[in-house]
Write a protein that binds this ligand. Sequence first.
Ligand SMILES: Nc1ncnc2c1ncn2[C@@H]1O[C@H](COP(=O)(O)OP(=O)(O)OP(=O)(O)O)[C@@H](O)[C@H]1O
Ligand SMILES: [Mg+2]
Length: 269
Amino acid sequence: MHAATFQDSMNVPMKADSLPQSVVSAPPILAIKNLTVSFDGFKAVDDLSMSINEKELRVIIGPNGAGKTTLLDMICGKTKPTSGSIRFRDLELTRLPDFQIVRKGVGRKFQNPSIYEDLTVGENLEISIPQAHGVWASILFRRTRQVKERIGSIAEQIMLADHLRTKSGRLSHGQKQWLEIGMLLVQDPDLLLLDEPVAGMSPREREQTAELLKTIALGKSLVVIEHDMDFVKAIANTITVLHQGKLLSQGSVDQVQNDPRVIEVYLGH
Ligand SMILES: Nc1ncnc2c1ncn2[C@@H]1O[C@H](COP(=O)(O)OP(=O)(O)OP(=O)(O)O)[C@@H](O)[C@H]1O
Ligand SMILES: [Mg+2]
């Protein structure tokens, strides 16, 4: 179990030069401490502490209503916590409005794809480019070759290079999910939050998405909420299990699957 990851990383002495390199653990990109949100007295997330490392791909699982989406809502500033802290590097996110959190490098994909169906794939990617200051600056900026190349390479990465001129409404459900991931990548966030990215996908699309997320995680941190255990096994190093707003279990796929508390929650009723 790695339930004490947050504590461990906080307790590491900062005298880096006096320690062998292997002992010095980098500070987490995201450190959540004692996070609670209460809706009319009901705690959807309840005193949760956990942390995510730089370039880590973390999967969060848990039964319906466990608080997974609510947790992402708090990280991206959509919901303000009742108490607790969310640190993204040296920033306290609970004090920032959602648009600032995006600008600071946190990208969020919601449970349902929110793309513009009447626009082409290329146009959807273009409008996701962070705004340059001023309307004219922004228009000129969008026309540069650099931008075109960047959109081309992201389209390639999300397996839609042959669909740049396709109206997004004509894409398969899976391709729409990829487009939305691409729209996040255009913003070049350091931390991506994905809520059920393979919902409604074919088995083949799920495999391709697993590869896509593993590639993204080479350069960014990812938090992925997912129910599909085959998919989870394909991508996860560490799994965090939430239940009733609390951290139930955390560890490798094997550790979590053999944890009696997890078995009880999934099979015990
Ligand atoms: N704005 C809100 N007001 C009141 N209750 C809420 C609100 N948002 C979430 N909840 C409640 O908090 C609990 C956690 O919901 P959440 O959507 O975070 O669960 P989840 O783990 O994402 O579930 P699922 O796997 O079904 O997506 C649920 O009981 C839900 O009804
Ligand atoms: Mg949810």
